[in-house]
Design a protein around this ligand. Structure first.
Ligand code: C2O
Ligand code: CU
Ligand code: CU
Length: 502
């Protein structure tokens, strides 16, 4: 047995024993070798499909891209007041009258989009109609710690609570909201609980562009059309489904006028998929990241988007009306141990050309992003995996999450520099609550390389055996979580807390 095979069998046995959750026969022989192409579903380049029976189940595809319905604002100017509830809902996702029970915000997949403005006060009255505790976390947003849906503040079944915060100037960007209860985040998200939150700015230099929003999520259905529990392999590798949905639908058609320029906002709301997106035949530029616009547009070849991460793009092309091109997910190896890697490209959506539309101008400068200065505090976080200890498998600085342990203490206003160093065998996307950070350098093992541009982010993938250096400042006091955004890893404790005091 080589080391990898040893780790594999040790980890699978350990997970099965420790988790006691629903398991399926893990194809140990197949993935330890090189015969990935033989795995079911791989030939078509589709995401891994553990059961051939699933092929009978079809989702409608090729419909026009759905607009994400907006949450109604009952507040008026300067004040967003809305109501959300999390509850089971029965939907017709698959063809042939198959019914699927999902968990959804206000019965919608994805949840209703919240659209507010810089300066607005926000009040969301939330009711939990699930049979387990939940919270709403405002992913990436600068909200007070006690309003941020931390696992410390569960909303019990049948209970309600109101989340209140104000959106500061400069916070315009593409965020999202999702549950964050201790140990149940992955399940609540893969059953459907996630929605987007867009903060607009009065001085947005791209306001004149028409927008398309693409919320990417994973769906797995079993042969009855139900959303199955995680397998042992999912708990290890992070769950992927057999369907990658865009705004809740399979392979939608996105319209683009010939010569038109449109602004796309893209959310990776999957549990574990590290997306490498390509748009061959079109031009695209990245104009924004998690925390809003970049300083200037950047030409894109492929777009990498880790779980939890977002991007704003300007997309254009000049094919004649009627022609179409594919938005593709390209293969990317993220160090999966118990399930096959994606080995072929597949189509996420189709872009279909319509009649000519004059292309709107994109300014060369979008905004000023000041560099965060020299840090007052430096810390190192090391990601590792201990396959032999199922109770503590995914670790940060050798430990798993403990709600009663404060991992770091810091101060409001201090610039912190964190080196996130991977000693792991798979990629782990790092996420920090309460603020946005700047990546200052990356190290793939051959030395630190300065990041060539400034961007505000709250998720950064840390590829296996590599390191990323970030800087940030917390402007509000309180307990802030940081964790791997592969939700199965977060639930298993690949998370820590930074207590920031005034
Ligand atoms: Cu999107 Cu702590 O999470
Ligand atoms: Cu978050
Ligand atoms: Cu992870």
């Amino acid at each position: 047995m080589n080391r990898r095979q040893f780790l594999l069998s040790a980890s699978s046995t350990a997970i099965l024993a420790a988790l006691g959750r629903q398991v399926f026969a893990v194809p140990m022989g197949g993935h330890a070798g090189h015969d990935m192409a033989a795995m079911p579903g791989m030939a078509m380049g589709a995401p891994a499909d553990p059961s051939p029976v699933l092929k009978r189940l079809r989702l409608p595809s090729g419909r026009p891209l759905a607009t994400v319905p907006r949450l109604v604002n009952r507040g008026g100017a300067g004040r967003f007041v809305g109501t959300l509830s999390a509850a089971p809902v029965t939907l017709n996702l698959a063809e042939g009258g198959v019914k699927t029970t999902a968990w959804a915000y206000n019965g919608q997949l994805p949840g209703p989009a919240i659209v507010a403005r810089e300066g607005d006060s926000v009040e969301i009255v939330f009711t939990n109609r699930l049979n387990q505790p939940t919270t709403i976390h405002w992913h990436g947003m600068p909200v007070p710690a006690d309003q941020d849906g931390n696992p410390h503040d569960p909303v019990k079944p049948g209970e309600s609570r109101t989340y209140r915060f104000t959106l500061p100037k400069g916070s315009a960007g593409s965020y999202w909201y999702h549950p964050h209860p201790h140990g149940h985040t992955a399940e609540q998200v893969f059953r459907g609980l996630a929605g987007v939150f867009v903060v607009e700015a009065d001085d947005d230099p791209l306001r004149h562009l028409a927008e398309d929003w693409l919320v990417l999520s994973d769906l797995r259905l079993d042969e009855r059309g139900a959303i199955p529990a995680n397998t042992a392999a999912d708990w290890h590798d992070g769950r992927e489904g057999q369907f990658l949905l865009v705004n809740g639908a399979l392979r939608p058609v996105i319209a683009l006028g010939q010569g038109e320029r449109r602004r796309w906002r893209v959310w990776n709301a999957t549990s574990a998929r590290i997306l490498k997106l390509a748009l061959p035949g079109l031009e695209w530029q990245q104009v924004g990241s998690d925390g809003g616009l970049l300083g200037a547009p950047r030409a894109l070849d492929t777009l990498m988007l880790a779980p939890g991460e977002r991007a704003e793009l300007v997309v254009s092309g000049s094919l004649p009306a009627g022609k179409s091109v594919a938005l593709q997910s390209l293969p990317y190896t993220r160090g999966r141990a118990m399930t096959p890697e994606q080995t072929a490209a597949f189509t996420v959506a189709t872009v279909k050309f319509g009649p000519p539309v004059a292309g709107a101008a994109v300014p060369a400068q979008l905004r000023q992003i000041p560099a965060l200065g020299e840090p007052q505090v430096r810390r190192t976080l090391t990601f590792s995996e201990n396959m032999a200890d199922p109770a503590s498998m995914f670790r940060i600085n050798g430990q798993t999450f403990d709600m009663n342990r404060i991992d770091f203490t810091g101060r409001v206003g201090d610039i912190e520099e964190w080196d996130i160093v991977s000693e792991a065998h798979m990629d782990h996307p790092f996420h920090l609550h309460g603020t946005q950070f700047q990546v200052v350098a990356r190290n793939d093992g051959s030395g630190w390389v300065a990041e060539p541009f400034l961007a505000w982010r709250d998720v950064i993938n840390v590829p296996l055996r590599e390191a990323v250096r970030i800087r940030f400042r917390q402007d509000l006091p309180g307990m802030r979580m940081y964790h791997c955004h592969i939700l199965e890893h977060e639930d298993q404790g690949m998370m820590g807390q930074h207590r920031v005091s005034a």
